[in-house]
Design a protein. Sequence first.
Length: 317
Amino acid sequence: MRRDSAARSVRVALRAPLALDFALTARVLRRSTRNLVDRVDDDGTWSRLVELSRGPALLRGRQHGAKVVFEAIPADPADVRTIKALVTRLFSLELDLAPFWRRVRREPGFAELAQRCAGLRPQRFATLFEALVNGICCQQLSLASGLTRLGYLAERFGPRTPDGSRAGSPDPVRLAAASIPMLRQAGLPARRAAELRDLARLPLDLFERELNSLPDEAARARLLELPGIGPWTADYVLLRGLGRLDVFPSGDVGAANTLGRILDRAIDPQRTVKIAARFAPFRGMLYFSMLGYTLASSSRNDSTHPEVQTPSDKEKA
């Protein structure tokens, strides 16, 4: 760790997992240029606005050979532990993915995916609330539309840099105090806006600790009790919010279409879940890899993202 007192910055260097491709992993975390919270520059530098001891801080990360170097401005040495915990969670830096990649290389039809996505890590949102907001915003919409909603919420209810050029993920405290008409300006139907506000008012830190103590199916059942959370969103939150890598979001037409392109045949969402079962206990890693497959291709179109929800996923209306 190195501190630059003049710039009030803190730099943290972490050992990169074997064969890490940090730039690809960061692009998959971002998913689309419509994501205003995460950015990835052409040189592979990722950045996001986070809350540290001095308030909102711009956190950047870039791979340098066998290390990934993160720098936060403004920050204090006391923030080092927070930064390490955050980036380890976001980029799953502690996981051993070798068994998954061995399985991918053995599976017929997946050689190109293994080549394009070598070094990809699964990603988690920084908080359970961030996962819930992403899930709610993207329900039954294209990824582009969902992230447009999320961008509005970030700009209205997230932390901001002093110059206003960057916004962070929506703050549950600020969102909990918002009016329904204000939330509807993000493009949310009235009921969805009310459900999102109800979620923001819950003691989610306690709830996350409870979920972490439960097996996947029990945690899924508890998530389904929340306002606005249906089967697809529950799976999405388990995977991207809680890091349950053996969960594959069900009923996702976009994922089925991407898998069909990989295997060069038509595949429906139900069949996609069955194919994903071959990769247990890393079914969710296949989901991330399909998004990586799309982003690593020369043609990057939001409409081809795996994260495009299907109207047949009956979220609570």
